[in-house]
Design a protein around this ligand. Structure first.
Ligand code: IVH
Length: 702
């Protein structure tokens, strides 16, 4: 490669790596495997070494990947790190660990030891404790400043908010507490496999994109806007690096032991090693044993144990010279593909699921694996009877990553993706955007209907005590066809079901009765609108405040909601444009279900009762707030001018088309002042009662 070719490749590698870093750290949806990423970074390092004239300080070899979201709206406050938060050098090659050991040994020149630890596959966290209390938790961010996630970290059960004085500690005037007045301790927030599988299972049921791996799930969960959701994510923390001004320790091991005595979570899977042989033993042991751990590890970290030597060796721009990581290759298992099921989900998506000869992988026995879609089946050239490699990655169940062609049996047969719904026989429709096949028979396909009914009753939705079997019974007896039918069931109906007695019928009906108090956000989730999972339902409910506001919203307004993109917005618009859905909602409203966010005020007045108002243009308050006022005063807010419109409320730069239509239809156009006169108020007066200091405050807040 000549100099100009090297320059081109360097630029190309930087662009690929920067994008991969963004996908990994910000979107939590990596597109490259760790190994692929590390190999690209290595290639860039080699080229920059050979052509130092092309080395720039902003090269990804010189800085850590940033987890800070670049957007106008900051999700978290940011604070500078007292000490830069760096990365670690890494290798997949044991001879490079040997080279590291030799290098530090030469640098130190005296006897010293290594601390070998697990490399936890999570997201880095920096905790500051002041006077024994958790003061702040920052993410790594860009290494110099991080996001303040304290409000989320307090929901992680093994992170103490106050430290514990160990038994036997004798306080003195000079040392009233065992810990320094202020110190930082860094570590990893991770999601154990069990919590990860549970979360992805829920996301899978909700047809939300599952997390690619526990690391992404941990990082995504740590950055949730709604802190109360963090508590349910099962996150854990392990701490591995203490920092502070003149800490009273000689070794890293002493510091971690002390931290553990103060109640901080520190792993006991550590070993002090005196040379490369012991390091290799530790690596070999954990390369096998990691498969039995309840959480993911992606390698081993090897650190110089003596703190003065760490200081002596110091840091490069990106990583300490006193530590390195040996990384394990992704865990794989080879097993036989027995058959493929084609499963129809709640929204009609047909997913191929592989049935495998049971095999042990990452501590669990794997019997099923995801194949995503027909494209992936073709790409893999998969045959029934093939030996396939499975990896535990993103999906609720592991995925098949490759076929071992050399082991293909003679009688292996090519599977055919069905053209018709395996349940109702409707011709499947291909959604090119999502590369998925759908059964379009939403209202007639028994699997889809029952899956929607089950979803509606489920714990996180309406929390009604009933499962798949009850739904199947009710459906087969034609007692329930859609979700509104549940609320018309009587004891007599239920007593006709096999095995049902008066008591079970009463329990079920009482549970349904209780469900009318379930808050709006969960009712919204229960409706089963495609792509509207639990978190999305929560932000939509917060933004719109009521189902009527949501139903009236167009694409533009929906896209303003945090976390809503085109696909979700389109799905919502489509849902509300279906008259069957509107009828179901109307019946559920009559049954008393919550279709407004709690805390929405009773109407200020009924001065706008019976009036439909369309708003257009800009006002002294936000358009959302204008709409709230219409609703709070008993009116209806609508998106477009029609014969049913009572007023067009026109602000500055009102849409000329709306004005024209109003004129043609004889709809009265009113100004902001006239509107406030109508409700007997002024903008200031009225908003004082519904506003806070934040102009973007959402409906659910008042
Ligand atoms: S020590 C100055 N120890 O791996 C660097 N890091 O890929 C101190 N990690 O940024 C880091 N387990 O987030 C250290 N036992 C461990 C670790 C560990 C996981 C993470 C850490 C680091 C990343 C580098």
């Amino acid at each position: 490669m000549d100099k100009s070719q090297a320059n081109i490749r360097i630029r190309e590698l930087r662009a690929i790596i920067d994008e991969a870093n963004r996908k990994y750290y910000v979107d939590n949806a990596p597109e490259l495997t760790d190994y692929e990423f590390d190999m690209l970074l290595k290639e860039l390092e080699v080229l920059e070494k050979a052509y130092p004239e092309y080395l720039t300080p902003d090269s990804p070899t010189q800085k850590v990947g940033s987890d800070i979201k670049i957007s106008a709206k900051k999700d978290f406050d940011q604070y500078p790190h007292r000490y830069p938060m760096l990365s670690l050098g890494n290798t997949y090659d044991i001879s490079e660990v040997q080279a590291f050991a030799d290098r530090v040994s030469k640098g130190i020149g005296n006897a010293f030891t290594f601390s070998c630890e697990l490399k936890f596959d999570g997201t880095a966290i920096c905790l500051t404790y002041r006077n024994g209390r958790l003061f702040r938790a920052l993410t790594r961010g860009d290494g110099t400043k991080g996001d303040d996630v304290t409000r989320n970290v307090v929901h992680i059960s093994n992170i103490p908010q106050t430290l514990t004085v160990p038994a036997g500690f004798v306080p003195s005037k000079e040392k009233p507490y065992p810990w320094p007045e202020e110190f930082e301790i860094r570590g990893e927030i991770y999601m154990p496999w069990a919590a990860f599988d549970r979360l992805n299972e829920e996301r899978y049921k909700d047809e939300e994109q599952p997390f690619a791996n526990p690391r992404n799930a941990a990082s995504g969960s740590l950055k949730l806007q709604d802190s109360t959701l963090v508590a349910n994510r099962g996150l854990e923390c392990t701490l591995y690096h203490m920092l502070g001004e003149s800490l009273p320790f000689q070794t890293h091991d002493q510091a971690l032991k002390a931290a553990s005595q103060w109640g901080l979570p520190v792993s006991d899977k550590r070993r002090i090693c005196s040379g490369i042989e012991e390091i290799e033993d530790f690596i070999t042991y954990w390369d096998t044993e990691r498969k039995n751990l309840p959480f993911a590890t992606d390698g081993i970290v090897i650190k110089v144990n003596e703190l003065p030597y760490q200081t002596e060796l110091g840091y490069t721009a990106k990583a300490p010279r006193w530590a390195t990581a040996y990384k394990f290759k992704a865990e794989k298992a080879l097993t036989r593909l027995l058959s493929i099921d084609y499963q129809v989900g709640r929204t009609g998506a047909v997913t191929p699921v592989a049935n495998l000869e049971p095999v042990q992988l990452s501590g669990t026995v794997v019997k099923r694996a995801s194949l995503h879609n027909s494209e992936q089946m073709q790409q893999l050239d998969i045959h029934i009877g093939d030996y396939v490699y499975v990896e535990k990655g993103g999906e609720i169940i592991p995925k098949i990553t490759a076929v071992e062609l050399s082991m293909r049996p003679d009688d292996a047969s090519l599977p055919h993706f069905p053209l018709y719904c395996p349940d109702c026989g409707s011709a499947l429709v291909k959604d090119e955007q999502e590369a998925k096949s759908f059964c379009p028979n939403q209202d007639g396909c028994p699997t889809q209907i029952q899956a929607r009914l089950v979803h509606f009753l489920s714990r996180k939705a309406m929390n009604v005590i009933a499962g798949d079997a009850t739904v199947e019974q009710l459906y087969n007896k034609a007692l329930v066809w859609n979700i509104a039918d549940f609320y018309e069931l009587t004891k007599d109906h239920l007593m006709t079901l096999d095995g049902w007695k008066e008591r079970s019928a009463e329990r079920f009906l009482n549970s349904l009765k209780d469900s009318v108090n379930i808050p709006f956000e969960r009712v919204l989730y229960a409706l089963g609108i495609r792509h509207v999972g639990e978190a999305t339902a929560k932000s939509i409910a917060g933004h719109f405040g009521s189902i009527d506001n949501l139903a009236a919203a167009g694409m533009d307004e929906l896209l303003k909601v945090e976390d809503i993109g085109e696909i979700i917005a389109e799905s919502i618009v489509e849902y509300f444009s279906n008259p069957d859905n509107l009828e179901i909602i109307s019946r559920l409203k009559s049954a008393g279900l919550q279709f407004e966010s709690q805390g929405v005020k009773e109407p200020h007045s009924d001065r706008l009762a019976g009036l439909t108002i369309v708003i257009s243009g800009n006002f002294s308050i936000s358009r959302d707030k204008m709409k709230e006022l219409i609703i709070l005063n008993g009116g209806k807010s609508s998106g477009s001018v029609s014969g049913k419109t009572s007023y067009l409320l026109a602000g500055e730069k009102a849409g000329p088309e709306k004005l024209k239509k109003a004129e043609n239809l004889g709809v009265k156009v009113i100004t902001e002042e006239e509107f406030f006169r109508l409700i007997g108020s002024s903008a200031d007066e009225d908003m004082n009662s519904v506003n806070t200091e934040d102009d973007n405050v959402q409906l659910s807040l008042f």
